[in-house]
Design a protein around this ligand. Structure first.
Ligand code: SF4
Ligand code: SF4
Length: 120
């Protein structure tokens, strides 16, 4: 019978415990998303600019003024076929999440908003 030293034993125990915690958390989050539709935003067909409200609210507020695109120094934003801004080609013109988010600051209607604390 193989003899396992104390350090190896406890390392294995901690790894297994970590895995169990991770799997439990994953299952919990998946369960939340299933039962509470508010946890999951409706799927977006287009990637909107940073700070965009959930799509239905965004569509209500955006006036297609184009100010967000004009203030984006990296040309990351363009109007989609309906004239609404979107990140048209993240591969060639990525969004750099600029300090102060000039695109959000330029939006006077609140369609783009700093409500998400990650954007501050
Ligand atoms: S964060 Fe910067 S790069 Fe990204 S869309 Fe706004 S202005 Fe453009
Ligand atoms: S600045 Fe705001 S209202 Fe104007 S196009 Fe951009 S998201 Fe829409």
């Amino acid at each position: 019978m193989a003899v396992v030293d104390r350090r190896t034993f406890w390392t294995k125990v901690l790894q297994d415990l970590g895995l169990i915690v991770l799997r439990t958390l994953n299952a919990y989050v998946a369960g939340l998303q299933e039962v509470n539709p508010l946890v999951q935003e409706p799927a977006r067909t287009l990637e909107r600019p940073p700070g965009a409200l959930p799509e239905p609210e965004f569509l209500r507020r955006c006036t297609r003024c184009g100010d967000c695109s004009r203030f984006c120094h990296f040309a990351a934003l363009r109007p989609d076929p309906d004239g609404l801004p979107w990140l048209w080609d993240p591969a060639s013109h990525p969004c750099y999440r600029c300090e102060g988010f000039p695109c959000i600051a330029a939006c006077s209607t609140g369609a783009l908003s700093f409500r998400d604390r990650l954007l501050r």
